[in-house]
Design a protein around this ligand. Structure first.
Ligand code: ATP
Ligand code: MG
Length: 156
């Protein structure tokens, strides 16, 4: 499905809807150009998910751990050169845990992503508008797709 958001406030609304659908073990992948808003939507999702710490980009650390209503793992794999590096960082222990994992630049590690996941590709239309293309597989994806359909139709 495709969603157009016109401003940061819309992105916040979409982030909140997504946050309410997340369950233990969910993997959510965010892709799109530098500065398109991957970290921004992660911050909104995290806040609604109960993370009280302010989330900053994990570009250098690759993985940061937070506590929300479940453990919340934020990854930015932009600087990862090989999928092997991900295993060294304990990647599998995160994605197969009871926590929620959000991965920026997931297409860099496409071969090792779980089949059951949500993919959000963000494209920039102008300074404040974005197109979000949302795909995925699994129960949480179905739930998100259903909730966002309502969001579209009510035009909030
Ligand atoms: N509708 C919108 N949704 C998300 N971000 C927006 C929107 N409109 C404006 N912005 C701005 O775009 C910027 C997005 O930066 P952000 O760090 O989230 O991008 P990123 O995709 O994580 O970049 P990087 O690839 O470097 O990790 C922020 O300054 C944010 O305020
Ligand atoms: Mg980022």
């Amino acid at each position: 499905m495709k969603l157009t958001v016109n401003n940061l406030k819309d992105t916040e609304q979409v982030g909140k809807i997504i946050a309410r659908c997340l369950e233990g073990g969910t993997v959510l992948c965010l892709d799109g150009d530098l500065g398109v808003g991957k970290t921004a939507i992660t911050q909104f999702i995290a806040r609604e998910f109960g993370v009280e710490d302010y989330i900053t980009s994990p570009t250098f650390t690759i993985i940061k751990e937070y506590e929300g209503r479940l453990p919340f793992y934020h990854m930015d794999v932009y600087r990862i050169d090989s999928e092997e590096d991900m295993y060294d960082l304990g990647y599998e222990e995160y994605i197969y845990s009871e926590g929620v994992t959000i991965i920026e630049w997931s297409n860099k590690i496409e071969d090792i992503l779980p089949d059951e996941r949500i993919n959000i590709e963000i494209q920039r239309l102008n300074d404040t508008s974005r197109i979000m293309t949302i795909d995925g597989r699994g129960r949480v994806f179905e739930k998100i797709a259903e909730e966002l359909k309502n969001y579209e139709s009510t035009g909030n």
